[in-house]
Design a protein. Structure first.
Length: 275
């Protein structure tokens, strides 16, 4: 059981180990394992078979207590559950999930994470882009307005100046009050034309500055999107092996039983297991 990895699994193991006549300890790492199943045992042996002699150590009661303790220590030191961990997504493989299946699952999770990250980035940049686009629209509208006013002012000034010239040429008095007034108005119109041209230049400059800011922001957005695509679509998934060791309090050693296993002799006289 491991809370950090959210793993809660219980496994029943039966170990069958040979017992040498001259050894008091059992080599549990060389034992045969029966996982989640019990070998079939009989209290009475078969007839017409020979039994090996009982090792002296197996006749002592205290030996079984030692073997039981040794088995508990062996399980604690050697029985680990191997899982895989992928740190970027804080994912740990499930019990029984192969490395290949874990990688397939991670691939789907990475695609989902990429889509989510891209959507968050879009939401973060959308107001900025919309604001600059609105400013650009207003700046372009101002240019159109200034150009329209400039055109109208040019026409009015041209008409006024033409009337002044005609009045001066064909009027009865060259320096009549009307002629002077029209000339003054014409000169003022010329000044307004100059100011209108300056307004157009400033409006065009504003459009250029805003357009540059918008272009820069769009490039920045595209670069970050491309970086995310590369980060989340990389084929290399660096997995870390994650091993869970059982807690001593979770290990329960049942009965230690003495059994004889059946063996047979082949034609060459070599013994081979019959179980």
């Amino acid at each position: 059981m491991n809370a950090r990895a959210e793993v809660d699994i219980w496994e029943k193991i039966v170990l069958l180990s040979s017992l040498a006549a001259d050894e008091s300890r059992i080599s549990w790492d060389e034992a045969t394992e029966f996982i989640d199943s019990d070998p079939e045992l009989h209290k009475r042996g078969l007839t017409q078979v020979r039994f090996a002699a009982l090792p002296p150590v197996a006749a002592r009661h205290e030996s079984y207590a030692i073997w039981k303790k040794d088995l508990g220590n062996y399980l604690y030191q050697n029985r680990t559950l191997k899982l895989w961990k992928y740190a970027p997504l804080k994912q740990i493989s499930e019990v029984g999930e192969s490395e290949r299946d874990f990688r397939v699952r991670l691939s789907h999770l990475r695609h989902e994470a990429r889509d989510l990250a891209v959507e968050k980035l879009r939401k973060r940049y959308a107001p900025k882009l919309a604001s600059l686009e609105e400013r650009l629209r207003k700046a372009e509208a101002r240019v159109s307005k200034e150009e329209s006013q400039y055109g109208q002012q040019k026409m009015q000034t041209a008409v006024s100046l033409g009337a002044t010239i005609l009045g001066a040429l064909f009027g009865r008095k060259m320096t009549s009050a009307g002629t002077v007034g029209r000339a003054t108005t014409s000169m003022r119109g010329v000044g307004r034309i100059a100011r209108e041209k300056e307004d157009i230049a400033r409006a065009l400059k504003d459009v250029e500055v805003i357009q540059q800011k918008l272009t820069k922001l769009e490039e920045e957005f595209r670069e970050k999107i491309a970086g995310m695509q590369e980060e989340f679509t990389s084929e290399e998934l660096e997995l870390e092996e994650f091993q869970i060791r059982p807690r001593k309090s979770d290990i329960s050693v049942g009965a230690i039983a003495l059994v004889w296993t059946p063996w047979r002799l082949d034609r060459s006289g070599l013994a081979e297991p019959a179980f």
